[in-house]
Design a protein around this ligand. Structure first.
Ligand code: BGC
Length: 330
């Protein structure tokens, strides 16, 4: 064998040995992993539900999700949590249409806007997919039930608390999550009705935050420069109070400004503890999620469920704060 022949022989042997050992290695791995999972080994769920909120990665909706997941786990339900990353009506409606096209047994969703959501909820209902509205109702639709806060009443409570907690002239600005959302409109309406006869309380501005704390902070800043007489704020969704508090604190106006927020997520509780936010409207998002799943199971089983299911709502001040250890209030 010449030099070239030897070289070819050595390289060939190395290639052969490498291929041989790799094959052996993968064969042993396949053995370790076992056979591919057959359909029979996929856990058997009783039902498949979808929970579709207005915004997935939102601390408030994460609590609704947690409640729904706990109930799903207890009851052997496959639960999918899908929705827009950031609040967006078109994207929300698209997700509902996807649910209609897939084979889910039930849909839990925010009713958000009665007019725009009724057709798709009715479409699902006509296809035999029952819908429960959570947090926000779409009362004109064929949804089987609503579970959530009595949003008008919660706004009314906020207005009453503003009257009770303040003296003298109050110039209040409202920052609301969205002018289009049904529950936000009700929270504003309830508030306005509660203060209607109180001559010393005036509404100086009303702005929209698109449920982002940055937008709420910007709007609060704008209001405070355009209406320097503002000495109170009412934020009607979970991130509004936080945004307002940021601007009020930055402008060092916390001692002369009353803030009424919404919800009990950690940042809001912290601002109450620090005396920047004065009070907040309590909702029960965990309970909404948990009960919605249990109600949907009853519907699947042909059992009756009440149409309207209000969860508890009340006002919380600094002296009602929970211990830090139990901070996440379902
Ligand atoms: C509302 C939710 C909303 C959230 C926004 C809550 O107060 O009930 O519908 O998505 O605030 O952060």
């Amino acid at each position: 064998m010449g030099r070239l022949g030897k070289l070819i022989y050595v390289c060939g042997s190395i290639l052969f040995l490498t291929a041989f050992s790799l094959a052996g290695y993968y064969a042993s791995k396949m053995h370790e992993l076992g056979e591919p999972v057959s359909d029979e080994k996929i856990p058997d769920y009783r039902y498949h539900f979808m929970l579709i909120p207005e915004e997935l990665d939102n601390d408030y909706w994460r609590l609704v999700e947690k409640g729904a997941r706990d109930a799903a786990e207890e009851n052997h339900i496959l639960l999918e949590y899908v929705g827009p990353k950031q609040s967006n009506i078109d994207e929300h409606l698209r997700k509902l249409n996807i649910a209609a096209a897939s084979k889910v047994d039930g849909v839990l969703t925010q009713g958000y806007n009665d007019k725009q959501f009724t057709p798709v909820i009715n479409y699902l209902a006509n296809k035999g997919v029952p819908v429960i509205t959570v947090d926000t109702d779409a009362p004109s639709s064929h949804r089987r039930a609503y579970i959530g806060t009595d949003n008008y009443y919660s706004g009314f409570l906020a207005g009453k608390a503003l009257i009770d907690d303040t003296i003298g002239v109050v110039n209040v600005a409202i920052i609301t999550g969205s002018f289009k959302a049904e529950h936000q409109k009700l929270r504003v309406k309830g508030f306005k009705d509660a203060i209607a006869k109180e001559k010393r309380i005036n509404i100086v501005a009303i702005e929209e935050s698109n449920i982002t704390r940055i937008r709420a902070a910007e709007k609060a800043y704008k209001i405070l420069s355009e209406h320097p007489e503002t000495n109170a704020f009412y934020g009607t969704s979970a991130l509004d109070g936080i945004g307002i508090a940021q601007s009020v604190f930055r402008l060092r106006r916390q001692d002369s400004t009353y803030i009424m927020a919404f919800d009990t997520i950690a940042e809001t509780l912290e601002y109450i503890r620090r005396g920047v936010i004065d009070a907040t409207v309590v909702q029960k998002p965990y309970e909404m999620g948990f009960n919605a799943v249990e109600m949907m199971i009853k519907i699947q089983e042909g059992k009756p469920v009440p149409k309207i299911n209000y969860t508890e709502t009340r006002i919380m001040h600094k002296n009602d704060l929970p211990d830090r250890s139990e901070e996440i209030m379902p």
